[in-house]
Write a protein that binds this ligand. Structure first.
Ligand code: IPM
Ligand code: MG
Length: 355
């Protein structure tokens, strides 16, 4: 297969980790007889420095022209002073909405080898944690009208959702649940918000098309509590944009290994953008310390969702598991006992195991 991949290394540790994911992808291509071409795109702080905007039209067009996008991370304190609409984060939002990526999949799993890194008591996670946050990504309060009153003494951000926006993400959640434990929890604030009431109505209607999947509902405040009280309640957690932002950070933290978690942002065709859940960690950028695994696993998700290369995706995931099983750890997950390997060595250990 021929794959044209847009690379967005971005800021901070972004380039360090994307570099390793590319080495792993190249190794997969070699072993399985595929050909991959890459196009590197500036986005985030690096684009502000070079082009004065977080995302240029050309960059967005180049991403759109690719088959899939692999992103490192954007942002850093260096750009904290720039005005809101020119912040590095705008690049991410611009890519998501510009490419129509409404469906954000954020799996959170506890790796048995790393269970001790979870901040939760062993009794709470003894049955493991394996949940998937399905976050609506191009609507809601993130993209609704925002502004200030004329005197500047008030501000607003509108949360708006249409039935179409809700049903298409709901279908993605039910389809994902079919491949898992067949349980969707819709998280909302239907006791207060009108948008949440529309979500409940719409999602329960879509649920009728998936009689084999159980649907339950939870208010977002309760869900944030249940995530740490009884995480195994959740299989697929479906929610709107901002609740999903918040809950996916919480879900990733309970696994204790935010450096390990990948994500996919999808639409209805095979195109997608793939990125680690963690940020740009500017304090450790360029020091060969960062954990490349989340980005490597994002590359595996890319092979699975954008190219339907299940075997190849598995090969990467198995290689990562074997690295962990062999006790190879970057600093963030090494604890104090074992000696840590660097970013590049971790990448080499993974690619050595691709069969
Ligand atoms: C995320 C991030 C982004 C978001 C920021 C950087 C705009 O927190 O991907 O979760 O809020 O969506
Ligand atoms: Mg976030």
């Amino acid at each position: 297969m021929e794959m044209h991949i847009a690379l967005v290394p971005g800021d901070g540790i972004g380039p360090d980790i994307v570099r390793e994911a590319v080495r792993v992808l190249d190794r997969v291509a070699e072993v399985y007889g595929h050909s991959i071409t890459y196009k590197e795109i500036d986005a985030g702080g690096v684009s502000i420095d070079k082009h004065n905007v977080p995302l240029t039209e050309e960059a967005l067009a180049a991403a759109a022209a690719s088959d899939a996008v692999l992103l490192g991370a954007v942002g850093g304190p260096k750009w904290d002073h720039v005005p809101g609409n020119l912040r590095p984060e705008k690049a991410l939002l611009g890519l998501r909405s510009g490419l129509g990526l409404f469906c954000n999949l954020r799996p959170a799993v506890i790796y048995p080898e790393l269970a001790s890194a979870s901040p939760l008591k062993p009794s709470v996670i003894s049955d493991g944690v394996d949940l998937l946050v399905v976050r609506e990504l191009t609507g809601g309060i993130y993209f609704g009208e925002k502004g200030r009153s004329d005197d500047g003494n008030a501000a607003y951000d509108i949360m708006r959702y249409s039935v179409d926006e809700i049903s298409r993400i709901a279908r993605k959640a039910f389809e994902a649940a079919r491949l898992r434990r067949k349980h969707v929890t819709l998280v909302d604030k239907a006791n207060v918000l009108e948008t949440s009431r529309l979500w409940r109505e719409t999602v329960s209607r879509v649920a009728e098309e998936y009689p084999d999947v159980t649907l339950d509902y939870m208010y977002v405040d309760n869900a944030s509590m249940q995530l740490v009280r009884d995480p195994k309640h959740f299989d697929v957690l479906l929610t709107e944009n901002m609740f999903g932002d918040i809950l996916s950070d919480e879900a990733s933290m309970i696994t204790g290994s935010i450096g390990m978690l990948a994500s996919a942002s999808l639409r209805d065709d095979s195109f997608g953008m793939y990125e680690p859940i963690h940020g740009s960690a500017p304090d450790i950028a360029g020091q060969d310390i960062a954990n490349p695994i989340a980005t490597v696993l994002s590359a595996a998700m890319m092979l699975r969702y954008s190219f339907s290369l299940e075997k190849e995706a598995r090969a990467i995931e198995d290689a990562v598991s074997s690295v962990l099983a062999d006790g190879i750890r970057t600093k963030d997950i090494a604890g104090d006992s074992s000696a840590a390997v660097g970013t590049h060595e971790c990448g080499s250990e993974i690619l050595r195991r691709i069969k």
